[in-house]
Each structure stands twice: as structure tokens, then as C-alpha cells.
Design a protein around this ligand. Structure first.
Ligand code: HEC
Ligand code: HEC
Length: 448
């Protein structure tokens, strides 16, 4: 009798002690994930992976000359979608018909929803971008397309040097590249202004994509007062320039944070935000599959460059106006000309990839499962890339089918913010259709 009571009491004590020490970490998967994340965190804390709130301007990485303010963000949010900026179209048919968002569509994870983006010289959109084609009034070499798939703009506040080659921005990865600024690529002359990546690139972007803020935009479309409010402390000569336009757009882009993704909810302490399979996927990402070696920090990206031997965009059947000699195919090497940089591309952010549909710089994969399988096989697909350039981390991973499934599900579901519409304006100042405003897109978007 007494032994039974003692045994019961001992059992009671064990249960009590166990539940106290385990606290909320009853689930062993949560405990392992927690431990794994802490061991990889630069400051040893889960906080290192948490994105700041989109309105916590002090916590979001900003350009050094461009503090984020509500007025800049409000202006940038209009300009990014404003088809009225399409002033410098190659043909009359293109004027007022495209915007930055033509190639960075929110519902397609801020990518074009097709293998290649088309702005000036494009027609149509479908529902998410897939149905855009070349406009009949344009020759192939007249349309605005690039030789790489547009990057997503989500969590771009963490990108210190922009584009797949990291060529824009005067600091960080480009500190030792001054000798290449302006040669051979004239666009990179902009780095001499001493600005950060986004602020530099978006000045060039306005030129490349044939957009201007002129009297028509300021006075007829009514943007002058918004520039006055956002740049009240700037001289009038500077206030309506491409630089101011870039600063406003950059401030807006820095607020595009995927804070409502289940993975972010989980990191903030809601263990029910992920199911068991997603937690297994996360554990693979931060463990056996080694993805964390390159996809780092809150944005799961890094401004470092690797060759994975994926195909280039000219090798994709639908790409226009690119070819085997496109400078973009050389990756960072196309910017620096250094042999060791050849075929190496920046590690992109990977939130909301489920919305993108076309993966890698050449859009050679069309599902996230294919992407995971590509990493799992560790076999390059592009003969142009010499074996010795390939990233040493790119090798067979020996994941089982079930592990491939779990990792894929983690990418598809846990990393998908389901509410990006909160960043999209309900209308733009001109009242125009957006992101596209060509006749075909207007019909498809239900404008008019
Ligand atoms: C014709 C399609 C197209 C249009 C229009 C367009 N972009 Fe892009 N964008 C791209 C492509 C392609 C890339 C990748 C270029 C590269 O790596 O060489 C890119 C990259 C970017 C990046 C870099 C992201 C990163 O992580 O490095 C930013 C920022 C950006 N675009 C902003 C804009 C803004 C702002 C506008 C409007 C002024 C704009 N884009 C208009 C196609 C487009
Ligand atoms: C050696 C560094 C490295 C490792 C390890 C790595 N990645 Fe990447 N990842 C990259 C680079 C670089 C790219 C862009 C390559 C390109 O397009 O040329 C990329 C692209 C991607 C993309 C496509 C993004 C886009 O915009 O198209 C996804 C998704 C992705 N990685 C997921 C993963 C997963 C999952 C793992 C683990 C199995 C992983 N990565 C491991 C460097 C890495």
C-alpha cells in the first residue's frame, strides 16, 4: 500500500517537474526548432529572425540619406503603381500604359507572374500577369524587357546591394568595387552618388523603364503637393527630381514586409501557427537541407553570391530580346569582370514564392517542389557554368520523398503572407487603371 502511494507521489512529482521545465515547449519538435534557431542566430535569439512591423519605421533598415517617413511612404505607394509616370514610352501607344508594378505585381509576389517582365511595349495581364504579351505596335528590340526574371520586392529593406549581380549601392558588398562603377555598365555610375542600393537603383530604374515626373505628373495628375509634403526640407530644384521620386519609392518598398506569414507568427510565439509537417520542413531548412547557409536573417536572403548552375533566361522558350551573350548571364562577374565572380547570383528572399510561379534568375523551374528537388539532386543544369564555379554547398542532400514534401510545404505555406493586399493602394492619384493601363489590360482588370 505505502509503496503504491510512494510510487504515485513520485510519478506526480515527475509530471510536475517536467511540465514546469518544459513550459510551453511540450512539443519536442518546437523544442528542437527553438534550439536550432538559437544556435544559428547571430545574437543567439529567435528575435534575430523576426521582421519589424511595417509601420515601425525606426526598426526597418533605411537608406543612410533617406529616413523612412509616413509622407514618403504614402507618395511612394502611389508612384510605384502610377501608370501616369509612363511618359517616355517608345511609341505613343505605350504612354500612360505601364508602371513599376507591371513587372512587380503584388498578387504574384511582386514579380511579373510570367517568366519575363514586360512594361513598355506590353499588352494585357490576365489575372496575375501570365497573359501579358508584346504589343503589335512594338518591334522585339523596342520593348522594355530584361535578360533576367524580375526579383521579388518583398523584404527588400534587407537588400543592401540590388539586382541579381548586386551592382547597385555604394556600400556593403560594393565597398571594394569602385573601379567598376560606370564601366562597362554605365548604369553603375550612379553608385558615385554614395547612396544605398535601393535609392541608387530606383533612380536608374525610372530611366530604364521610361518613366518621368514632369509638369504633367505634378500638376495635371496632382502629385506636386505630395512631393512638397514628403520633401519639405529639400530645395525646390531637388524636390521633384528622379532622386526624390526614388527616395519616396524606396521608402515605400522598405515597408513591404511579410509580417503576417505563418512562419513570422510562429517566431513571435504562436506555436499553433504551423502544423507538424511545416515544423518538420522548418527543421530541415535550418538543419539537414542546409538552406540556412545562404538564406539568412529575417528576410531569408543574403547579399552574397553563388553559382547554382541554373539556366539563363535566354534559354527559356518565351524570353524576348535576350541571348547567350546577355551580360546578365554572367551574374556578379558581369558587373565586376572578375573571373571568380562569374555565374554567381545574389541569394534572393524567398517569402511568398508560392505566388511567383517562376524560379531562379532564368525562370527555369515552375514549382517549388522542382526547386527543392533541384537542390536535393545537386546537379547543375547549365553547361555554360564551369564546375569549379559552383557553390560548395550545392551537392546532393539525400532528402527522402517525405522530407522533400515537408520542405516544399514549409516554403509554400509557412513563408506565405496571405494578406499582401494591405500594401496596395485602393486607387492612384490619376484615377488610371493599374498596374497596367493598356486597352487589353483595362478590359482584363475590369477598369473603364
Ligand atoms: C520591365 C520590367 C520591370 C519594370 C517595369 C521594373 N522592374 Fe524592377 N526589376 C526588374 C528586373 C528584371 C529586375 C532584376 C534585374 C537584374 O538583376 O539585372 C528588377 C529588380 C528590381 C529591384 C532589385 C531587387 C533586389 O532584390 O535586388 C528593385 C528594387 C526594383 N526592381 C524596383 C523597381 C522599381 C521601383 C520600378 C519602377 C521604377 C521597377 N522596378 C520597374 C524588372 C522590372
Ligand atoms: C549556396 C547557397 C544556397 C543554398 C545552400 C541554398 N540556396 Fe536557395 N538560392 C541561392 C541562390 C544564389 C539563388 C538564386 C540562384 C539563381 O537564380 O541563379 C537561390 C534561389 C532560391 C529560390 C528561388 C528564388 C527566386 O526568386 O527564384 C528558392 C525558392 C530557394 N533558393 C530555396 C532554397 C532552399 C529550400 C534551400 C535548401 C534546400 C536553398 N535555397 C539553399 C543560394 C542558396
Amino acid at each position: 500500500m505505502t509503496t503504491t502511494i510512494r510510487a504515485l507521489f513520485a510519478l506526480f512529482l515527475i509530471v510536475l517537474v517536467y511540465s514546469c521545465t518544459q513550459d510551453e515547449l511540450i512539443n519536442p519538435l518546437d523544442a528542437r526548432l527553438n534550439q536550432q534557431l538559437r544556435s544559428l542566430a547571430p545574437n543567439g535569439s529567435i528575435e534575430d529572425f523576426v521582421l519589424p512591423a511595417a509601420d515601425d519605421y525606426a526598426a526597418i533598415p533605411a537608406g543612410r540619406q533617406n529616413p523612412i517617413t509616413a509622407k514618403k511612404v504614402a507618395l511612394g505607394q502611389q508612384l510605384f503603381y502610377e501608370t501616369g509616370l509612363a511618359r517616355d514610352a517608345r511609341h505613343a501607344e505605350g504612354i500612360g500604359s505601364y508602371s513599376c508594378a507591371s513587372c512587380h505585381i503584388p498578387s504574384s509576389g511582386f514579380t511579373p507572374g510570367r517568366a519575363q517582365g514586360i512594361a513598355d511595349g506590353g499588352s494585357g495581364i490576365g489575372t496575375t500577369g501570365a497573359a501579358r504579351t508584346k504589343h503589335y505596335a512594338y518591334a522585339e528590340d523596342e520593348i522594355d524587357v530584361q535578360g533576367a526574371r524580375p526579383l521579388s520586392l518583398l523584404n527588400v529593406a534587407y537588400v543592401t546591394n540590388t539586382t541579381w549581380s548586386g551592382k547597385f549601392g555604394a556600400y556593403y558588398a560594393n565597398e571594394d568595387t569602385k573601379e567598376y562603377w560606370g564601366h562597362p555598365d554605365e548604369d553603375t555610375e550612379i553608385n558615385h552618388l554614395g547612396l544605398d542600393g535601393l535609392e541608387s537603383q530606383n533612380i536608374e530604374g525610372l530611366i530604364i523603364h521610361r518613366m518621368s515626373v514632369d509638369e504633367y505628373v505634378l500638376d495635371t495628375l496632382g502629385y506636386r503637393s505630395m512631393f512638397d509634403a514628403a520633401f519639405a526640407d529639400w530645395d525646390e530644384e531637388e524636390r521633384y527630381t528622379r532622386k526624390a521620386t526614388s527616395f519616396a519609392i524606396s521608402a515605400y518598398l522598405r515597408t513591404l514586409l511579410t509580417t503576417e506569414a505563418p512562419w513570422q507568427e510562429y517566431l513571435k510565439g504562436n506555436q499553433a501557427a504551423l502544423d507538424e509537417v511545416e515544423k518538420q520542413g522548418a527543421l530541415l531548412f535550418y538543419g539537414k537541407a542546409g538552406c540556412y547557409r545562404c538564406h539568412q536573417g529575417p528576410a531569408m536572403s543574403s547579399v552574397s553570391f553563388y553559382a547554382l548552375g541554373v539556366k539563363d533566361l535566354d534559354q527559356h522558350p518565351v524570353s524576348l530580346a535576350t541571348g547567350p551573350d546577355d551580360i546578365r548571364n554572367k551574374g556578379r562577374g558581369g558587373f565586376t569582370g572578375r573571373t571568380e565572380d562569374l555565374y554567381k547570383f545574389k541569394v534572393p528572399g524567398i517569402y511568398n514564392m508560392a505566388d511567383v510561379g517562376f524560379y531562379f534568375h532564368g525562370s527555369s523551374k515552375e514549382s517549388l517542389r522542382e526547386v527543392v528537388q533541384y537542390f536535393n539532386a545537386g546537379e547543375p543544369e547549365n553547361d555554360r557554368v564551369p564546375k569549379e564555379q559552383l557553390a560548395p554547398q550545392f551537392h546532393p542532400l539525400h532528402l527522402t520523398e517525405a522530407e522533400v514534401d515537408a520542405l516544399t510545404y514549409f516554403l509554400e505555406h509557412s513563408l506565405r503572407d496571405p494578406n499582401l493586399e494591405r500594401y496596395v493602394p485602393s486607387q492612384i492619384r490619376s484615377g488610371n487603371c493599374f498596374p497596367n493601363n493598356d486597352p487589353q489590360s483595362r478590359v482584363e482588370l475590369g477598369c473603364n
